[in-house]
Design a protein. Structure first.
Length: 201
């Protein structure tokens, strides 16, 4: 449903404030903020007209008309329904997959694939991701990564593990902490990986 939000700086000077014929002056909070849902429209049109009428105590009146465009935030993909970050309802880090097949090669690379969904199970595109690998001494190309999910709700990142983190001594671990966010919600999750000790530089 379309939602109209606004703020009145000094409601004591106003006699009337209406949005589409509904009085909102009495709905303002202490900070002057108000919010009103326009309700669902029976029209199949993607455009909606919002009319704001305001009058002060001196009888001066003004009418402003705005046009809102309905934007569909969900699309169908080959792996399921995808929703834009702005249209997501909550956010969940559904999976953090660690691909360690290249760890025992000269590349010493760890690929991290993150998948995020909303509470409805929709994949979220455009969600922001921030990763931190710990301890930092175990990675050669920096501990921080950042990016956005694609239309399938996924994003991939790459770390290069130092050779001395996988040779000699007791077993060593790498922790990847991930934070995912939309404009309205955020979620965090951590995974741990025991680094293989059989690599020879």
């Amino acid at each position: 449903m379309p939602l109209v939000e606004g703020r009145v700086l000094n409601d004591s000077n106003l006699e009337l404030l209406e949005v589409n014929g509904v009085d909102v002056l009495s709905r303002t909070g202490q900070d002057g903020l108000f919010s009103i849902s326009l309700g669902s429209s029976s029209s199949s049109s993607s455009r909606e007209t919002v009319t704001v009428v305001v009058s002060d105590r001196r009888g001066v009146s003004q009418t402003s008309i705005f046009t809102a465009t309905r934007v569909k935030s969900t699309i169908a993909t080959r792996v399921g329904t995808s929703v834009s970050a702005a249209g997501a309802r909550g956010i969940v880090i559904a999976r953090i997959a660690l691909d360690k097949r290249l760890l025992t090669t000269p590349k010493k690379q760890l690929h991290v694939l993150v998948t995020v969904k909303d509470r409805r199970g929709y994949l979220i595109r455009g969600a922001s991701l921030r990763l931190r690998a710990m301890p930092s001494k175990n990675v050669a190309n920096g501990m921080l990564r950042a990016g956005f999910t694609n239309r399938f709700g996924k994003a991939q990142f790459r770390y290069t593990v130092r050779a001395n983190a996988m040779t000699g001594g007791p077993a060593k671990w790498l922790t990847v902490a991930t934070r995912a966010a939309t404009p309205k919600a955020s979620a965090s999750k951590r995974v741990q990986l025991r680094l293989p000790a059989r690599f020879q530089p």
